[in-house]
Design a protein around this ligand. Structure first.
Ligand code: FAD
Length: 468
C-alpha cells in the first residue's frame, strides 16, 4: 500500500505529516513517497538568511486566529517561535502620499471615529461608508465579485481607497473578478444575518481575538518547513523529480495509479495526493476525468514578484513607523504594496539597516514581473525613492518571482470546485490539495491537507484489516 504525494510545498508536506500521524495511530499502514520537482522543500515558502538579514521570498506571516496553523506549530514545538508584529499601522497610497488607515477600518469596521479620520477619502466617501448599517441587504444568495459587494455596502470611495487594496491585494487579484463566496463567505453570512457588516462585527466583537491578525516565526516561515520535513520519519522524499503523467495501473481489485517521472521511472500507488497548482493537476487528470481537467484549467493565476531591498537606516528619510503600505488600483504606481519588514517584525535586519519588501504584479498585469532582476530592483527603488525619501542604491537586494504563483478564486470558484469533485468521485484514491482550491493561506492549506490525509487513510483502510 503506497501513497504518492506530488509537490513538496506546505500542502504536500502537511499531507505527509497527517498520513504519518494516521499511521502512528494504526489507522492505515503503508509507504509514503513525496515527489518534488525542485531541489528544496517548501514551495512558495522561502526564507533566506544572509549577512544578518532575514528575507522572506514568499509568505512572511499567517493568520493568527486559525486553529489549524497554531495546532501544527504547537505539535512541531515551534510555539515559542511565534512573533507578533511590532508595528501595526498600515498606510495607503493616496494621490502620491502615504496616509495611515485607522485600525478599525482594516477589519472593515466602519466605526464613526475611524471613518472620519480616513483622510484619504473625500467627505462624501466617508459619509457614504458611515451609512453602511442602513443599506438594505442583497436579496440573492448567489456569488458576486468582491468589488460589487464593497461598493454596494460601503460606497465606491471606501471600497476603492481602503477595502479593495486590503482584500484583493493579498490575492494580487482583480476585485471585479474575485469571488465573495470563495474568499469572504463570513461577510456574506454577516450581511444575511444582521443586514449589515457593521452590525455583524459589532455583534461578533466579544468573539473577536484581541491579538494581532497575522503572526510570524522568529526565524522565518522557512522554520515551519524545516521542522515539518524533519518530523517526517516514514516518508521517502524524492527531490529533483518532475511528475509527467498519471494513469490508472492495469490490474484487478482496487484501482491504483502509475505515476511517470521525468527520470523515466514509474511508481505505483493506491493513493495519490496532487499538491501542485491546478494547471499542473489538469494535465494529469485529462485522461482519467476530462471534465475535471477542463474545470481545473479554468482556474486563473496571477504572476507576482517580491523585491526585497536593504538600505542603511541613514539612507531612508521616512520614519518607517508602520508595517508598510497598500496601493489602490487607481494610483498610477508600479508596486502593489510594500512591507517595511524591519519595522513590522523583530530580527529582520542588523542594527543600522532597514529591510523593505516591495510587491510587483497582479492578475490584471502579467507583464509586471517581466525583465531582468536588475530591472525589477530599479523599478522598485525608483517607485519608493520619493515616497520614503531614499538616498542612493540599496546595499543588498533579493528578487523572488512567482510566475503563475497566485491562484485566483474568481466568481463561480466554489461551483467549479464542486464540479471537479463530482468528476473525480470515481477516483477516491486521488486527492487534490493546495492553494488552488480551498484557501491560499498557510492555515487553510494545513486544514486541506489534514482533511485529504484523513479521507485517504480511511479509504485505503476501507476494505483491509491490518489486525492492529
Ligand atoms: C509572494 C507571496 C506572498 C504570500 N504571503 C502569504 C502570507 O503572508 N501568508 C499566507 O498564509 N500565505 C501567503 N501566501 C500564499 C502561500 O504562500 C501559498 O498559498 C502556499 O505557500 C502554497 O502552498 P502549496 O503547497 O499549495 O503550493 P506550492 O508552495 O506552490 O508547492 C507546490 C510544489 O509542487 C512542486 N511541483 C509543481 N509541479 C510539480 C511536478 N510536475 N512534479 C513535482 N513537483 C511539482 C513545486 O515545485 C512546489 O514545490 C503568499 C504567496 C506568495 C506567492
Amino acid at each position: 500500500m503506497r501513497v504518492i504525494i506530488v509537490g513538496g510545498g506546505i500542502a504536500g508536506l502537511s499531507v505527509a505529516y497527517f498520513l504519518e500521524r494516521a499511521m502512528a495511530e494504526g489507522r492505515w499502514r503503508g509507504e509514503i513517497l513525496l515527489i518534488e520537482r525542485g531541489q528544496r522543500l517548501g514551495g512558495k515558502i522561502v526564507t533566506v538568511r544572509e549577512d544578518g538579514f532575514l528575507v522572506e521570498g514568499g509568505p512572511d506571516s499567517f493568520l493568527a486566529a486559525r486553529t489549524e496553523g497554531r495546532a501544527l506549530i504547537r505539535e512541531l514545538g515551534l510555539e515559542m517561535e511565534i512573533i507578533a508584529p511590532q508595528a501595526r499601522t498600515v498606510y495607503v497610497l493616496s494621490r502620491g502620499r502615504l496616509m495611515p488607515i485607522p485600525e478599525a477600518l482594516l477589519m472593515l469596521r466602519p466605526d464613526p471615529g475611524a471613518v472620519l479620520r480616513a483622510r484619504n477619502l473625500s467627505w462624501g466617501g466617508r459619509l457614504r461608508a458611515l451609512l453602511e448599517p442602513w443599506i438594505p441587504p442583497r436579496r440573492s444568495d448567489g456569488d458576486e465579485p468582491l468589488a460589487t459587494f464593497l461598493r454596494r455596502r460601503f460606497g465606491r470611495a471606501f471600497a476603492e481607497g481602503i477595502a479593495e487594496p486590503l482584500m484583493a491585494g493579498v490575492h494580487a487579484g482583480d476585485p471585479e473578478r474575485l469571488s465573495m463566496q470563495a474568499l469572504y463567505p463570513h461577510l456574506l453570512a454577516m450581511e444575511r444575518k444582521f443586514g449589515s457588516i457593521a452590525r455583524g462585527l459589532w455583534n461578533a466583537r466579544s468573539a473577536r481575538p484581541s491579538g494581532p491578525l497575522f503572526v510570524s516565526l522568529r526565524s522565518g516561515m522557512g522554520a515551519l518547513v524545516d521542522r515539518l520535513a524533519a518530523s517526517l520519519h516514514r516518508t521517502h522524499i524524492a527531490l529533483g523529480r518532475t511528475v509527467l503523467g498519471i494513469a490508472p495501473a492495469p490490474g484487478e481489485g482496487r484501482l491504483s495509479y502509475r505515476v511517470t517521472l521525468d527520470s523515466g521511472e514509474i511508481v505505483e500507488g493506491e493513493g495519490v495526493a496532487l499538491a501542485v497548482p491546478a494547471f499542473e493537476a489538469a494535465r494529469w487528470v485529462r485522461d482519467l476525468a476530462p471534465s475535471a481537467a477542463a474545470r481545473l484549467a479554468e482556474i486563473p493565476f496571477a504572476s507576482t514578484a517580491v523585491v526585497t531591498l536593504a538600505f542603511r537606516r541613514d539612507q531612508v528619510r521616512h520614519p518607517l513607523n508602520g508595517s508598510g503600505f497598500l496601493v489602490p488600483r487607481r494610483e498610477p504606481f508600479p508596486l502593489t504594496g510594500c512591507t517595511w519588514s524591519s519595522s513590522k517584525w523583530p530580527g529582520r535586519a542588523p542594527g543600522g539597516f532597514v529591510l523593505l519588501r516591495a510587491f510587483l504584479g497582479w492578475a490584471g498585469d502579467p507583464e509586471a514581473i517581466a525583465g531582468e532582476d536588475a530591472i525589477l530592483i530599479q523599478r522598485s527603488v525608483e517607485a519608493l525613492r520619493p515616497l520614503l525619501g531614499l538616498r542612493g542604491d540599496p546595499v543588498r537586494a533579493w528578487v523572488h518571482r512567482w510566475p503563475a504563483g497566485m491562484p485566483q478564486y474568481t466568481v463561480g470558484h466554489l461551483e467549479r470546485l464542486a464540479a471537479i469533485e463530482r468528476a473525480l468521485s470515481p477516483f477516491p484514491g486521488l486527492r487534490l490539495v493546495g492553494a488552488s482550491y480551498g484557501g491560499i493561506g498557510i492555515p487553510d492549506l494545513i486544514r486541506q491537507a489534514r482533511e485529504a490525509a484523513e479521507k485517504m487513510a480511511s479509504f485505503l483502510n476501507s476494505d483491509c484489516s491490518y489486525g492492529g
